[in-house]
Design a protein around this ligand. Structure first.
Ligand SMILES: Cc1cc2nc3c(=O)[nH]c(=O)nc-3n(C[C@H](O)[C@H](O)[C@H](O)COP(=O)(O)OP(=O)(O)OC[C@H]3O[C@@H](n4cnc5c(N)ncnc54)[C@H](O)[C@@H]3O)c2cc1C
Length: 543
């Protein structure tokens, strides 16, 4: 499927897709289903090596894999920066930042994108998330309108016959079977029920508080099946689909607001590829950067970098969102942890108590290799047990801005996850809930000690707020930087079909179009959005 780039021959494609991540793989599969359409997918990272027995991409419990990531850094603890003036924004970020505020935001850079390095947790967003989308975009994004696309993407092995689930889609979802459930995970679920949560048979239906088995896109041996493997690998023989890996897209080229092609960099050489339909699926950071280099964005920002303005859209790069999360780590007693089992078996969706919202997700992380946990690489214990809390609907909004026209230079990323007091209070309540769980004798029988936290910290409101603000990290769910919205919304970048406002032939199709981050981890919703927007693109080309 891979092709080499020839500088002398200019080939024209019906569709060029930028980025081979979760959304890009879906788009490539769906757009190339018509053999008459010539489709090219371009990925900055390498080809997937997941079929080699020794590939680290196979192990879903290993996140953020060295050599398969973008080397982005995000400033996450500076509060209240001026993001309206690019020059001030840049000065604030580059002059005031201390290293403790910097987070290594290593999103996937390989075929499969972030889905190739993620936790393979496969949870749908809540129906109420789409009520918020519908308010901002229109009824095309109501729960009733997106449900068929969630069904289309999945083959739910546990609920194949259920009317709210799919049985024909490429993503095979499964939950741990009774014989696979580790006693420690069963204990976590049991304590959650004793704390007052209902047991929920299927966490992908409804949104009432509860605890249940986590669906994931893994094989029975807990091997990650990423979106590349699920959607594209089976289509290798399609002659109308070409893939170029290790090629960085620089810009989209335009003539009179119509897309005419793209420029890419391979081994420091520049190439031009022609198409009047470009699909931008480079993820919430990459897609915003490509648009900014193409002269689509905030006039103040582009002017400061001497980039000729093609379309003024001040929202490009704004509205960056992620779920903040925090893990409380414990050392297990000898013999408790074992490898080769699903790393996350149960999770809760619960209420922090700050208000009536179902606003936090808590889950047990069993048998985590301590060399993969930042800050614990040198610890004497090979495996750790974590209990994580994730904030479902964070209020914090950040921004990504390129700082030069050089596509190799890191963009500036500001993600102030500790900015909002309510967000912090919800996370504080979540950590206290975890602490309470850890006091149960039934779980203590498996654990030697809990690291860092103590009664003194837990019981002091002020200390808790400070500690939580300093320990929360983004959940690797970057979204929202090219949000869909009505033309009247000054920060909307794309319309209800993912088309960039004011430009013909440019569709954004990835997590950057989310107007608000969904309450659950983002992979399944990204795939759903890619399915729906690909179908709309095909229908437009037929009309
Ligand atoms: C460590 C980690 C753990 C996660 N865990 C989970 C989880 O368990 N469950 C869940 O639901 N979600 C999880 N997520 C989030 C989920 O994987 C993402 O939301 C989803 O993959 C985003 O899809 P995307 O298509 O928007 O972007 P991506 O999948 O990131 O794809 C973007 C692709 O574009 C390429 N690209 C970028 N710029 C360029 C360019 N200029 N030229 C060419 N190519 C380019 C990138 O290399 C990448 O392959 C996790 C993410 C990470 C990083």
């Amino acid at each position: 499927m891979d092709i080499s780039v020839n500088q002398n021959s200019v080939t024209e494609y019906d569709y060029i897709i930028i980025g081979g991540g979760s959304a890009g793989c879906v788009a490539a599969a769906r757009l190339s289903a018509n053999p008459a359409k010539k489709v090219l997918l371009i990925e900055a990272g390498g080809a997937s090596d997941v079929n080699h027995q020794s590939s680290p991409l196979r192990d879903a419990s290993r996140l953020v894999l060295e050599g398969y990531n973008w080397d982005y850094t995000a400033n996450i603890r500076d509060k209240h920066l001026n993001i309206e003036s690019f020059t001030e924004f840049k000065n604030q970020l580059t002059q005031n930042s201390s290293s403790k505020k910097i987070f290594n935001y290593r999103l996937g850079k390989v075929m499969g994108g972030s889905s190739a390095v993620n936790g393979a947790v496969a949870l749908r967003a809540f129906p109420s998330d789409f009520a918020l989308w519908e308010q901002q975009i229109g009824k095309q994004w109501s729960w009733e309108s997106v449900l068929p696309w969630y069904k289309q993407l999945e083959h739910d092995l546990d609920f194949a016959e259920h009317q709210l689930h799919g049985s024909q889609g490429p993503m095979r979802l499964r939950r741990p079977q009774p014989e696979e459930i580790h006693p420690l995970d069963a204990t976590f679920a049991d304590i959650s029920v004793k704390q007052g949560l209902n047991y929920v048979d299927d966490l992908n239906i409804g949104e009432a508080p509860g605890v249940g088995l986590v669906p994931s896109n893994v094989a029975p041996n807990a091997e990650r099946i990423d979106v590349y493997r699920a959607y594209l690998e089976p289509l290798k023989s399609r002659e109308n689909l070409s893939v170029i890996t290790d090629a960085l897209v620089d810009k989209v080229k335009l003539e009179n607001q119509q897309v005419i092609g793209i420029t890419i960099k391979v081994d420091d050489k520049e190439y031009y590829l022609q198409s009047s339909e470009v699909v931008l699926s480079a993820g919430a950071i990459g897609s915003a950067a490509v648009l900014q280099r193409s002269g689509i964005g905030d006039p103040d920002h582009l002017g400061a970098l001497n980039i000729p303005l093609n379309q003024a859209l001040p929202g490009v790069g704004k509205n960056l969102q992620d779920h903040s999360s925090l893990v409380v780590w414990s050392v297990p007693k000898p013999g408790v942890c074992q490898s080769g089992m699903p790393w996350r078996q149960f999770a809760t969706r619960s209420q922090s108590g700050v208000d009536q919202q179902t606003d936090i997700q808590i889950g047990l992380l069993n048998s985590i290799d301590s060399t993969t946990v930042p800050g614990f690489q040198d610890i004497a214990h090979p495996a750790l047990v974590g209990i994580s809390v994730m904030l479902m609907r964070p209020q914090a909004r950040g921004k990504i801005s390129i700082q030069s026209t050089n596509p190799q230079q890191r963009p500036l990323i500001y993600l102030p996850i500790a900015q909002d007091q309510q967000d912090i209070l919800r996370m504080v309540a979540g950590v206290r809930n975890i602490w309470q769980t850890l006091q149960a004798p039934t779980i203590r029988q498996y654990l030697q000690e809990t690291l860092f936290w103590s009664e003194t910290i837990i019981n002091n409101d002020k200390v808790m707020q400070t500690v939580v603000s300093n320990l929360i990290n983004p959940g690797w769910h970057a979204s929202g930087t090219l949000k869909m919205g009505r033309k009247e919304d000054p920060d909307a970048v794309t319309d209800e079909n993912g088309c960039v406002h004011g430009i013909n032939g440019l569709t954004v199709l990835d997590a950057s179009v989310f107007p608000a981050i969904p309450s659950m981890p983002t992979n399944l919703t990204t795939i759903m959005v890619a399915e729906k927007l690909s179908d709309q693109l095909i229908q437009r080309s037929q009309s």
